[in-house]
Design a protein around this ligand. Structure first.
Ligand SMILES: Cc1cc2nc3c(=O)[nH]c(=O)nc-3n(C[C@H](O)[C@H](O)[C@H](O)COP(=O)(O)OP(=O)(O)OC[C@H]3O[C@@H](n4cnc5c(N)ncnc54)[C@H](O)[C@@H]3O)c2cc1C
Length: 438
């Protein structure tokens, strides 16, 4: 069964969310600071009533099932909602589904003990605290088998030592999820474990906060706020044994659960950003005039519009189809190829649409008075965060190629004379071999 329509009830919810985000939430992006800074009382006072409104509409934490306080709409509906929320920096926090907390909540829900859920997951779901996923190390990222951060057992505790970096929102986090080597003697796939480390634990040193592109970390500008990413040193950081998340040696499995969801959610929000760039491009095309008429009259402008529409719509369809597959299989492993494809397409589409929109805006387009440069930087960052494009292409290609078997014939199966020979043999009774046309 194929259906490209949103059900009528949920469409009403989306219509409400669209108006609410446009009229009430998007303006917050220009007056409030960092959504992850939960110590900012002024922001919280303004945002709490809006979060309450979202809850009363049944749209709070839509990435979660009812057992965790979400409505459990599934990934397709989440995708449709994220197409709206992705326009605004504050919207995901107002709707309780902001990354990276959403992914961190997902693994706490999957692997956490009741005590861990009560202490770390519940306040995270309630939007009271911020979390940090601390996996990448300065010397290794795309290949996690090379990670060196070590956790050693000492009595009833684990003691963590080593360095992580690009730990997003480290400075605002109440706790860190840290991936560490617990058994260097076995394969990394069995020798690494995930720990919950409260931020107040002695020995956590944020060496510095790293910004993306040229703006300083945490900078708030008209084009948005630059997230910052912690370079974190763990020095004899001691956590009790009950702060191991999941079983010992299970870090890779946990990381895959987290990153599968995280990647598709980024893609859903990216549809919104690319659409925003596209709308601005079209508005500019019909508004800006030269002595030969509006930009929209030029074929090279029309090509930009047509290419962008095709990029955006095909990306959106791939995202929605992948979301649908996740709902169907309820298992990220079965959708790895599709998520990898979405992850590869995501930075390209955002970059290309933003770049074309930028050009049509001329000098204004490259200025910090329009969002295009920021979008292009975001595209570059999204091509690296959660694994670089190259690695996802490899995953995709390997999974696709695994479905094919080699032939041992001299010519490939599509070799036309061979195909013709087989066809003639199959229909020999009816076809005159000599008179056959091809
Ligand atoms: C905005 C942003 C936010 C992030 N947030 C977090 C976070 O919260 N927590 C966290 O732990 N990490 C985070 N990261 C880190 C991110 O996960 C890593 O940057 C990513 O995994 C790549 O690792 P690396 O930077 O060490 O690149 P490397 O592993 O050094 O790779 C560099 C380049 O080498 C090439 N390459 C690498 N491997 C292959 C291969 N197998 N085949 C072909 N080419 C290859 C690719 O071109 C790749 O881009 C974030 C990164 C960004 C940009």
């Amino acid at each position: 069964m194929w259906d490209f329509e949103t059900d009528a009830d949920f469409q009403l919810q989306l219509d409400w969310a669209g108006t609410f985000v446009r009229d009430v939430v998007e303006p917050l992006d220009f007056v409030l600071g960092n959504p992850y800074d939960k110590s900012d009382e002024r922001s919280l006072a303004m945002v709490r009533p809006l979060q309450k409104e979202v809850r009363s509409r049944g749209l709070w934490a839509c990435h979660l099932g009812p057992e965790l306080g979400g409505p459990g709409y599934g990934q397709v509906k989440l995708a449709l909602l994220n197409e709206i929320l992705g326009r605004s920096r504050w919207a995901p926090s107002v709707f309780g589904c902001q990354a990276p907390d959403s992914g961190n909540a997902e693994i706490l829900a999957h692997y956490g003990t009741p005590e861990q859920k009560a202490r770390y997951l519940q306040p995270l779901l309630d939007g009271e605290i911020t979390s940090c996923y601390s996996m990448t190390e300065p010397h290794a990222g795309a290949d996690p088998t090379l990670f060196k951060v070590r956790a050693e057992r000492d009595g009833t505790d684990w003691v963590i030592n080593g360095e992580k970096w690009f730990s997003s929102n480290a400075r605002y986090a109440s706790f860190f999820l840290v991936m560490a080597v617990t058994d260097p003697e076995v394969s990394p796939y069995e020798g690494m474990s995930m720990f919950i480390v409260p931020a107040e634990t002695p020995g956590i040193d944020i060496v510095r906060n790293i910004g993306v592109a040229t703006e300083p970390p945490g900078q708030v500008s008209a084009a948005g706020v630059r997230e910052d990413h912690g370079y974190v040193r763990y020095q004899n950081v001691r956590v009790p044994a009950d702060h191991l998340l999941g079983a010992q040696g299970q870090a890779f499995v946990i990381a895959q659960t987290r990153l599968g969801g995280g990647r598709i959610h980024h893609a859903m929000r990216t549809v919104a950003l690319a659409r925003h760039a596209f709308d601005l491009m079209c508005e500019r095309a019909v508004s800006r005039r030269t002595r030969r008429g509006p930009l929209a009259a030029f074929q090279l402008t029309q090509e930009k519009v047509a290419d962008s529409w095709i990029d955006l719509e095909s990306f959106r369809l791939l995202v929605l189809r992948t979301a649908w597959l996740i709902d169907k299989h309820q298992d990220y492993k079965k959708v790895r190829k599709d998520i990898a494809a979405v992850k590869v397409m995501l930075p390209r589409v955002l970059h290309d649409v933003a770049q074309r929109a930028l050009h049509l805006h001329g000098a204004l387009g490259v200025s910090n008075e329009m969002p295009f440069m920021s979008m292009m930087v975001t595209a570059e960052a999204l091509g690296i965060a959660d694994g670089p494009t190259e690695v996802h292409k490899i995953t995709l290609a390997r999974q696709v190629l695994a479905q094919y078997t080699p032939v041992d014939t001299l010519f490939p199966s599509g070799h036309l004379p061979s195909v013709r020979e087989r066809a003639l043999a199959a229909f020999a009774e009816h076809v005159d071999h000599e008179a056959a046309q091809f």
